[in-house]
Ligand binder design. Sequence first.
Ligand code: ZN
Length: 313
Amino acid sequence: MTLVDLPLGRERRVNAVLVEGAKLTLVDTGVNDPESIAILEQAIAGRGHQIEDLQQIVITHAHPDHFGAARQLAERSGATVIADPVSAASLVSYPKGSQQYGEIRAAFMREAGAPETLVEQFGQRGVRTWVPAESVPVGSTVDDGDQIQMGDTTWQVVQTPGHAISEISFVDRASRTLLSGDIILGSGGASVTLYAYPGGRPGRWVLDILASLDRLATFQPRRILPGHGREISDGARAIAERRAGILRRLEEVERLVQKQPLLAWEVSLAIYEPPLAGSWPSLFQTIGYLEALEAQGKIRSTVEHGQRIYGSH
Ligand SMILES: [Zn+2]
């Protein structure tokens, strides 16, 4: 198994994983950009294969940094593209829905009390222009409990929502290897995201992340190949640390809003240090903690003049 580190814009990186053996498989593809595809091509050549040899392209979740190049790679190789059913629907219809997704997030940011400059900057950065990506013809779907052969190994498919509304991870129990997508990042950082659940609120996504981490912990993984960042060698420990970090933040945020009613923006400025304080990732993360606490019944919120204020009961 080879983790391929690919460029994502000027500052960030994203991973693809090449799984060699009887079924040559690529898990995630990076973006649809000539530089990124050239790097991928080189990495595959370095292992003695070419893109044309790919038999399967498996997508962990429907974010364009993970599936951007899938259409092109599938056309070149004839590989079957595989995803979970919910992600598959987004992949096939991309970028339909992306504009609406941007508008929902801008609305959450306004409600959180974020400065209009941040909302506008984010609003203009529609998902379509965020990274180059094309819609993907999905040939087959797998979901929780299914098995899939990649390389020479039969992997267990585990549904691990939280970072995305639907995301699949892959476990090889024998070698205790986990392909985690973005539910666990190599940086140990938060899987920052913000999306609406049916019904309109961001809702439970931090709680979903916790449940997904608990689920993955039961496999006691050693090696984790994440969607971003470096390979993790002590997987069980990384999961425990990630989980503890979320619980610490939840307690911290609960204490703050129990003392006085606050907007999500105010909470984010209070709990993060510069340069994270005042950035959209920390705001999204904060909204996630607050919404999780409200979903647990520990705090409650009211909307006044278009802004959502969180406080004690
Ligand atoms: Zn990602």
